[in-house]
Each structure stands twice: as structure tokens, then as C-alpha cells.
Design a protein around this ligand. Structure first.
Ligand SMILES: Cc1cc2nc3c(=O)[nH]c(=O)nc-3n(C[C@H](O)[C@H](O)[C@H](O)COP(=O)(O)OP(=O)(O)OC[C@H]3O[C@@H](n4cnc5c(N)ncnc54)[C@H](O)[C@@H]3O)c2cc1C
Length: 389
């Protein structure tokens, strides 16, 4: 490893790999570091992705596709459901392990130096400007300098805190998740299922994402401030035991998703935060892979422009914040308010909301268009919900 780079990217998830590939493609000298031994491992994700979003970043590769999805069903606590479908593929359940590795390989193919088992342990900050990182690589301490550091270090992001940009997350802004991979079950292999309700998952939802014919990622998220002595894994076990008594749990994971508002800076002199490292997850759906790639690409481009222009000041990198706010930021802010509303509804209020949405005939909208509506601008979910409750 050298001691000087144009860009150092911390974390080789989707945000970091896309950021590194984007910057390296523009001729920059890029180091991408990952603290784990293997990129993509362990998978802490339900692995659902919308097709139209993926198409913007990668070419379809059957290697990372577990299931093609053409429908979705959202269940209210009373068992009534909204059903969305379309004839062609709307999304995928992917294999994150293979997917994340292929993104990291693309970063390497563009010329990035990729180092695994290499952890950032601190930032080098001089006169208020981030100048590089301190780290540990295969047990040895090192110091590496860069004109720009991109913090793509996931939900446990320390880069954001070391830079003074992020405060610890409030419990009400974290979904605490548990997930099993369950085999030997009878499910619709092309349909995503969502179950909302405070009894099965307080302040969150249960998901069933098929990974093929008889296998699925089954998980749930609950708001961390709703913890009442019962852990997410206990809720999940209860759900899986009653719904799929024949199922065999072949993997169990836990993780967390930030579901907060976007009310903080994502950049400072010499530094930008991308993906979960900048808490750029859709707070309503808990989906973050796409936002990770969008923000990674933007960070890579802004880094390249700033370095070529010889100005990595806080003012120059503020363009990153503006880019995020005018793209995915709008949906994050709006969906934060929708989430705040829904998590404070009782089960019978949720029943009313689902019934009212059903009356809007949203089921007639193709699922991919609906997803784009929900995650960008259109569907006035909050308005509908407020009218009903
Ligand atoms: C249970 C669960 C289910 C989910 N399901 C979905 C879903 O179906 N669809 C969806 O879109 N999103 C889902 N998400 C969210 C999604 O997984 C994340 O939003 C996404 O992984 C964010 O990508 P990222 O690159 O920002 O961060 P990550 O994928 O978390 O990558 C960050 C990387 O940084 C590394 N790192 C951390 N600190 C350091 C350090 N100091 N030095 C070096 N490396 C470091 C980590 O090891 C990690 O590899 C889910 C999340 C959870 C927990």
C-alpha cells in the first residue's frame, strides 16, 4: 500500500465500490479498503432490488440473481391485502455476496487498489481539513493520505462521527432487524410479501423475499425504541414457527437500518459520506442498496471534479450535499414523515389506511411504476393516511 492517494474510500459495500469505480474511471489514484476478510460477507440484507434502479448501474448478470419478482402483497393487521403485479420482471432478489463482490471487482477493473482486512481507525485532520486516514492492515498500523476521503462504512459509520458530521442515531431512528433464510417452504417464488402490524413487528414489518422455489429470506425490523424485553429474533421465531412449521432455518442474521431524516451535512473539507455511512436509507421501506449506489456515484464524480479543479474545500464539496438533496434526498425526507406517521398508528388505524389506499385503485399501477412513485415524488400516502385516521 502506498502512503498517498487522490481518493481513499472506506468500506467496500455498494456505496464504496461504486464510488471507487467512478473516481478511478476518471483517472484518479484510488484506494478502496474493507475491514472484513471477504467482501460481501456476512450478508445482512433481505436482498430485494427494483429492476429499473439496478439497470442504471450494472448489466444484468444471472450470477447474482436468486429470483425474478413480478408482484408484491402488503398485508394489513386484519389480513386484508394490497396486491401489485406486472407481466414482466419488476425486481430481483439478489445474492448480495456475489453482487457486492462483482461491484468491488468493477472498482478494481477501473484501476482502484482494493485492500481487504484493512480498517480505518481514525481520520487525519489538519487545520479542519480531512487529509487521510489512520488504519490497521493485516495487524499493522499505517497512515495513508488522500485529497479526498469517502466514508462508505455502513450503519456503524465512525468516519461521520470522527469528522464531527454525525451524532449517534436516536433509538426511534433505527430499525433493529432479524432475518432467517428458510428452506423447504411453500411460497410464491415471484412475489414479495410484507406484513405490517404492531403485534408481529412493532414499528416495522415482516418481509418474505423468495430466493428461489422453496426458499426465502424471512425477516423483520422493529423500531429500537419499541424494545419491550422481546428481541426482534423472538418475534421472528414466533412468526416463522406459526406460518411455516415445516420450514428449516438454514441461516440467521441480525442487523440494523437507519431510518432517520436527512437533516445534517454529508460533507466537509476533504470528506464525503455515502450510503448507510451517510444514513441514506429510505426510512419507509428500509431499502438502501440503490441509494448507496446513487450516493457512491455522486461522491466519486464530485471527488474527481474537486481534485481536478484543485479545490476540496468544504464549499466545493457542498455540491455533494446539494446533489443528494435534489435527488434521493427529497424521497428520504418525505418518506421519513410517512414512516413517523405510520409507526405511530395503531393496528386498526393501519387497517383503515390500507383500505383507503385500496380504494385509490393503486393495485392497477404496475409495481415498478408504483415503487418509483413511492420513492420519488408522487403517491400522496401521507395525505391519504391523514385523511383516514
Ligand atoms: C436485515 C436487513 C435487510 C435489508 N434489506 C434490504 C433490501 O431488501 N433492499 C435494500 O435495498 N436494502 C436493504 N437493506 C439495507 C442495505 O443492506 C444497506 O442499505 C446497504 O448495504 C448499504 O450499502 P453501503 O455500501 O452503504 O454499506 P454496507 O453494505 O454496510 O457496507 C459498508 C462496508 O464498510 C465496511 N466498514 C465499516 N467500517 C469500516 C472501517 N472502519 N474500515 C474499513 N471498512 C469498514 C463494512 O465491513 C462493510 O463492508 C437491509 C438491511 C438490513 C440490516
Amino acid at each position: 500500500m502506498k502512503s498517498d492517494y487522490d481518493v481513499i474510500v472506506v468500506g467496500a459495500g455498494p456505496a464504496g465500490s461504486v464510488a471507487a469505480a467512478t473516481a478511478a474511471r476518471q483517472g484518479l489514484d484510488v484506494l478502496l479498503i474493507e475491514k472484513r476478510q471477504e467482501i460481501g460477507e456476512p450478508v445482512r440484507c433481505a436482498e430485494g432490488m427494483i429492476k429499473s434502479g439496478l439497470d442504471r448501474f450494472v448489466e444484468y448478470d444471472p450470477k447474482w440473481v436468486c429470483a425474478r419478482i413480478n408482484s408484491g402483497r402488503i398485508y394489513a393487521p386484519n389480513g386484508k391485502s394490497l396486491y401489485f403485479h406486472q407481466l414482466d420482471t419488476a425486481g430481483y432478489v439478489i445474492d448480495r455476496n456475489v453482487f457486492d463482490r462483482s461491484l468491488a471487482k468493477a472498482a478494481a477493473d477501473e484501476g482502484s487498489e482494493v485492500q481487504v482486512k484493512t480498517q480505518a481507525t481514525g481520520l487525519i485532520i489538519e487545520n479542519g481539513i480531512v487529509k487521510g486516514i489512520n488504519g490497521i492492515c493485516m495487524g499493522r498500523n499505517f497512515e495513508a493520505r488522500a485529497k479526498v476521503v469517502i466514508g462508505a462504512d455502513g450503519i456503524e459509520s465512525k468516519i461521520g462521527r470522527w469528522a464531527g458530521l454525525l451524532e449517534p442515531l436516536r433509538l426511534k431512528d433505527v430499525e433493529s432487524c432479524a432475518e432467517f433464510v428458510v428452506a423447504g417452504i411453500d411460497i410464491d417464488p415471484e412475489c414479495l410479501e410484507f406484513y405490517i402490524g404492531n403485534r408481529i413487528s412493532p414499528g416495522g414489518y415482516v418481509w418474505i423475499f423468495p430466493k428461489g422455489k422453496n426458499e426465502a429470506n424471512i425477516g423483520l425490523g422493529m423500531l429500537a425504541d419499541r424494545y419491550n424485553g422481546i428481541h426482534p429474533i423472538d418475534y421472528l421465531k414466533k412468526y416463522v414457527d406459526s406460518r411455516f412449521p415445516e420450514g428449516r432455518i438454514i441461516q440467521s442474521i441480525s442487523g440494523a437500518v437507519p431510518v432517520c431524516d436527512l437533516s445534517y451535512r454529508l460533507s466537509t473539507a476533504g470528506l464525503m459520506l455515502a450510503g448507510d455511512g451517510g444514513r441514506l436509507v429510505d426510512p419507509l421501506l428500509g431499502a438502501g442498496i440503490m441509494n448507496a449506489m446513487v450516493s457512491g456515484r455522486l461522491a466519486g464524480n464530485i471527488a474527481a471534479n474537486a481534485i481536478k479543479g484543485g479545490d476540496v474545500s468544504a464549499k466545493a464539496l457542498e455540491r455533494y450535499d446539494m446533489g443528494i438533496h435534489s435527488s434521493i434526498g427529497k424521497a428520504i425526507r418525505r418518506n421519513y414523515h410517512v414512516k413517523e406517521f405510520i409507526v405511530n398508528c395503531s393496528d386498526w388505524q393501519i387497517n383503515l389506511v390500507i383500505a383507503a389506499i385500496k380504494k385509490l385503485r393503486v393495485e392497477d399501477i404496475p409495481i415498478s411504476e408504483l415503487f418509483i412513485e413511492v420513492t420519488t415524488s408522487g403517491l400522496p400516502l401521507l395525505k391519504v393516511a391523514r385523511m383516514v385516521v
